[in-house]
Design a protein. Sequence first.
Length: 160
Amino acid sequence: MRRPRETARLFESDLLERCSRTHPLVPALVWGPIVAWLAWRAFAVHRLDPLVVGALGAGGLLVWTFAEYMLHRFLFHLAPRTPARRRLQFLIHGVHHEWPDDPRRLLMPPVPAAVAACLLYGLFRAALAPHWAEPFFAAFLGGYLVYDYTHLYLHLGRPR
C-alpha cells in the first residue's frame, strides 16, 4: 500500500479527527460478522427458503447499487453554493478527491456508517417483514463491502 504524501486534518477536536478516519480493515471487521449473522438468521432462525433468501439478497444488492449511485450523484457531488454547503461536501466526499491515496480516507469511518446503517435497517424493516429485512440488509451490506474494497483496490492497488 502506498503512503500518501500528505493528508487533511478535518477537525480541531482530536476525537472528531480520529473518528473521521478508518483503517482499511475496519469495515470488514465491523460489517462482515453482521452480514454473516443476518444471513445465518435467515436460515437458522427464520427458516426461510433458499430461493426467498436469494431473491431478497438480489433485491438488497440492487437497492445498494441504486442507493450508492444516488448518494454519489446527488449528495457526494452536490454543488457547493454556500460556505456551509462547501464544508459539508468537502467533509463527506471532497476530502477523498483531495487526498485520493490516503488509505484512511477512502472508506467510510464506522461511526457515520453505523448511523447510516441503523437508519437504513429501520427503513428496510418497516418496508419489509422483519424476517425478510435481515437477509435483504445482509446483501445490502455485502454489496457495500464489495464496493468499498473494490474502490480501495482501484485507488491503492495496481490494477491492469
